[in-house]
Design a protein around this ligand. Structure first.
Ligand code: SF4
Ligand code: SF4
Length: 330
């Protein structure tokens, strides 16, 4: 049946270090995210109760009532939605530990609430699997802290690889290579995205506040080599940070280095806070850089994708929204 909804309302499940949500986005008219369970720290879950609440939201969408949390969100589309209500788009972001210090990281924002407790995700995943509530023909996306700082990472990843999950999306800073990522890349069902944001050691240090550019490049080379038949699963991301890497010289260096490593797909995003503060007043030179990245990557034979904040930018600026996706990650 055709109606307005979003893939995350239909089949989304996101674990954070203090809550469970439908997604990591927010509509423009809502003061808080779309929670499935607020203040969650690993307690035993009553899935019957949670599913009842989730199904009310899904039913409302079907009858034309847009949830207030979603109003104004670019994720809403009118299309034929099927009645599959299993969790298909699973996001794991239940930890915030990291070995890097990116200036734009959510962990340094004033509203970041330090995780009160750590909890394990594997028992929850196994329970959902036993209950038949996971559709493995979807996506598992990590977007929390750094995978190499999460003890459970290999166990979770190997579980989903065994279940033949259609796509596993890993976001990592690549300072340290991760074993299950090297294995997962061989299967052609894992993508790895690294926000490199620059093309040299000095700029890296400025953005990431750690001298690890060379380590990142070495890990990326290992990941590129580990890929199976699909050679576009390792991706370098450029988060455009005004006043830091907002010039053609930095962009050109990043493109050159990306090509040297053998990466074929790149991703553009914008610093989230900057866009939130400047959405009504985007400087012309930023839009020129956006257009430059679009044309230059195309000319150099790189496939360009856009992440969540870049899609907000594209929506604000009335760009062609071809290739819109709901991904977010560091
Ligand atoms: S419409 Fe937006 S806010 Fe609502 S569930 Fe989808 S992505 Fe999340
Ligand atoms: S790598 Fe990710 S989690 Fe770590 S500091 Fe950077 S943005 Fe934050």
């Amino acid at each position: 049946m055709k109606y307005i909804s979003c893939s995350n309302i239909q089949n989304g499940l996101r674990f954070e270090y203090n809550s469970i949500k439908f997604c990591c986005f927010m509509g423009t008219d809502t003061p808080e995210p779309f929670y499935i369970k607020k203040d969650y720290y690993g307690e035993k879950l009553n899935w019957d109760e949670l599913l009842e609440n989730i199904n009310i939201v899904r039913k409302n969408q079907k009858s034309g009532i847009i949830d207030p949390h979603c109003k104004g969100c670019f994720g809403l589309t009118e299309q034929e939605w099927d009645d599959n209500t299993k969790f298909k788009w699973i996001q794991i972001a239940h930890w915030a530990d990291c070995n890097c210090f990116c200036t734009y990281c959510y962990r340094y924002q004033s509203d970041f609430e330090k995780p009160k407790k750590r909890y394990k995700i594997m028992p929850i995943i196994k329970e959902l699997d036993r209950m038949g509530l996971i559709d493995y023909n979807g996506e598992l996306a990590y977007s929390g802290g750094e995978p190499s700082c999460l003890r459970e990472f290999d166990e979770i990843t190997n579980f989903f690889i065994k279940k033949q999950e259609r796509l596993i999306m890993v976001h990592t800073n690549a300072i340290k290579p991760v074993k299950s990522v090297l294995n997962g890349l061989k299967t052609d069902t894992m993508s790895v995205t690294v926000s490199v944001d620059c093309g040299d050691r000095q700029k890296y240090k400025e953005i990431k506040r750690i001298d690890a550019y060379d380590k990142v490049i070495n890990t990326l080379k290992k990941y590129v080599k580990a890929q199976g038949n699909n050679k576009s699963m390792v991706r370098s991301k450029y988060i455009l940070i005004p006043k830091v890497n907002d010039n053609k010289e930095d962009i050109n260096k990043w493109i050159e280095e990306t090509l040297k490593i053998g990466i074929q797909t790149v991703i553009l995003d914008f610093e989230a806070d900057w866009l939130a503060r400047n959405s009504n007043n985007i400087p012309e030179y930023i839009d020129d850089l956006y257009e430059y990245i679009v044309s230059e990557t195309k000319q150099r034979g790189l496939e360009l994708q856009f992440y969540g904040v870049a899609n907000q930018y594209r929506t604000i600026m009335g760009k062609d929204l071809d290739g819109i996706g709901l991904h977010n990650g560091e």
